[in-house]
Design a protein around this ligand. Structure first.
Ligand code: HEM
Length: 514
């Protein structure tokens, strides 16, 4: 009975225009001679809750791996099935764009790598990916160590004073300091200072997050843009950030001009290993607006995501003291008080599993957004062009069909001597960094960043939920935040003597995260 839709899709793939197909197959559509995507009805109020991906989980259990959710004139397809996710993200990725996401993020990212589609995306991706080469990532590990050390000093003071700390905001500052240096060699120093630029970055970030969950795009109303105090503040923040970026680009251009430049594949300036420096040295021929869009995109992509991973990792560890002590044993043996190096990344196996498992339970972002550019078939269902699609990574990562004790934080579910889990070896049931051609370019960077931060922090301190801490609940912007922060009591560890690690000569060749 699905025959007409099979023929129709076949013709569509052969390049027959959609309009022609609509006319040809009208008779088949009229008879509803194809399976129809289940529709979640009466679910609209359920979606109003703060963390919108939670009710989507219940609906997934009721309606299955693909269903439609309708709000008045708008509707969305919610995908929670790994093979459909793989089809959209990888096998037929050319037929999908970033859709709503590009519209929401336009004011801050413009045509940067995350929202961009088509030819612009292809060209920018090919230019930017080489900047994150192995030697760059190795150099960044030193930066992760220094930045985490600053955070340790802050926690040390809190531990001495017996003051509880709100870790979520500290992690946000840690990862801002890191990504500023890593992307354009700028030290926000936000762990110690509250400068105007730091405030501007947060203003813009909050705005991006609010827009991504707001049902009505008030910011598009012409007069509103000019008189709303909030929009004025956002515009002022953007102006300050753009000015700063222009200055940094100019400084970097001068540095590159003065260099005896010999550009090659693993090119890196030791004084300024930033991505910006690489791009300018490579002769990246691009408008300053495009360059700024890409820098802003990487600043935002690499900031809140990593901060959220650290926040939820420490929350999970506070509930699983046995995992924390296992982690501490590994760090004591591998690192002692040394700063981590790239070689240590292969040896901090349990630490890596803790991050893998944290990313499973709290994927950042919890949903991926796409829009269909043509007719296609998802599972057994034909869909038309222009469908807005949410791939719920949250649902994939907690699916009872794929995971034993799906809600349990269990780093042991990934064998230490096995491969690092990724979307390929988990067949799209696990996609912490997305998959296909739009996969995260910072996956290795982010994995090492979070591994270094966790390792250094648990080496020096014990972490517990503070007495009388507010309950830890979720809310969403682009990433999963807590509603009231992560208030913890930090105490210094009584550090065991530093033993040279004995297992180094045994360390089998383990692949780096892909
Ligand atoms: C894309 C996750 C850190 C840069 C993505 C995507 C995910 C993701 C899921 C795919 C989005 C989609 O398909 O719609 C994460 C997580 C991170 C992290 C969980 C931290 C733990 C970073 C860092 C950078 C970065 C540090 C920059 C150095 C990007 C860029 C894209 C991207 C540029 C867009 C790639 C493209 O569309 O071609 N990230 N990311 N991310 N990420 Fe990350």
């Amino acid at each position: 009975s699905g025959f007409p839709s099979i023929v129709k899709n076949g013709l569509s793939k052969l390049g027959v225009p959609d309009g022609v197909l609509e006319v040809m197959f009208k008779w088949a559509d009229a008879k509803q001679d194809y399976p129809k995507i289940p529709e979640a009805k009466g679910a609209i109020s359920a979606i109003r809750s703060e963390a919108f991906f939670i009710p989507l989980y219940e609906l997934f259990l009721t309606y299955g791996g693909i269903f439609r959710l309708t709000f008045g004139p708008k509707s969305f397809l919610i995908v929670s099935d790994p093979s459909i996710a793989k089809h959209i993200l990888k096998d037929n990725s050319k037929s999908y764009s970033k859709g709503i996401l590009a519209e929401i993020l336009d004011f801050v990212m413009g045509k940067g790598l995350i929202p961009a589609d088509g030819e612009i995306w292809r060209v920018r991706r090919r230019t930017i990916v080489p900047a994150l080469h192995q030697k760059y990532v190795a150099a960044m590990i030193g930066l992760f160590g220094q930045a985490t050390d600053r955070l340790c000093k802050k926690l040390d003071t809190a531990a001495s004073d017996g003051e509880d700390v709100e870790m979520e905001s500290l992690f946000s500052r840690l990862t801002l300091d890191i990504i500023g240096k890593a992307v354009f060699n700028y030290d926000f120093d936000s762990l110690t200072n509250d400068t105007g630029i730091v405030e501007a970055v947060y203003t813009v970030l909050r705005e991006a997050e609010d827009r991504s969950v707001s049902p009505i795009p008030v910011w598009e109303i012409p007069i509103w843009k000019d008189i709303s105090p909030r929009q004025k503040k956002v515009n002022a923040a953007l102006k300050l950030i753009n000015g700063t970026l222009n200055e940094l680009i100019a400084i970097c251009k001068r540095m590159v001009d003065e260099e005896e430049l010999q550009f090659h594949e693993e090119y890196m300036n030791e004084r300024d290993p930033s991505i910006l420096h690489f791009l300018l040295a490579s002769g990246d021929d691009v408008t300053s607006k495009q360059l700024r869009d890409d820098l802003m995109t990487m600043l935002i992509a690499g900031h809140e995501t990593s901060a959220a991973v650290l926040t939820w990792t420490f929350y999970l560890l506070s509930k699983e003291p046995s995992a924390l002590s296992k982690l501490q044993n590994e760090v004591d043996a591998v690192l002692g008080d040394r700063y981590p190096t790239i070689e240590d990344m292969k040896k901090l196996k349990y630490t890596t599993r803790v991050i893998n498992e944290s990313l499973r339970l709290y994927p950042q972002p919890p949903v991926l957004i796409r829009r269909s550019l043509g007719n296609d078939t998802l599972g057994k269902y034909p869909i038309k062009s222009g469908e807005d699609i949410f791939i719920s990574v949250w649902n994939l990562h907690r699916s009872p069909h794929h995971w034993e004790d799906a809600d349990k934080f269990n780093p042991e579910r990934w064998p230490l001597d096995g491969p690092n889990p990724n979307e390929t070896n988990q067949n799209f049931s696990y996609l912490p960094f997305g998959g296909g051609p739009r996969k995260c370019v910072g996956d290795m960077f982010a994995t090492f960043e979070t591994v270094v931060a966790v390792a250094m922090l648990v080496r020096r301190f014990n972490f517990q939920m503070a007495l009388g801490a507010p309950p830890v609940e979720m809310t969403t912007g682009a990433t999963i935040h807590t509603t009231q922060g992560l208030k913890m009591t930090v105490t210094r560890r009584i550090v065991p003597p530093i033993m040279p690690s004995l297992d180094t000569q045994l360390s089998e060749v383990d692949s780096l995260p892909s």
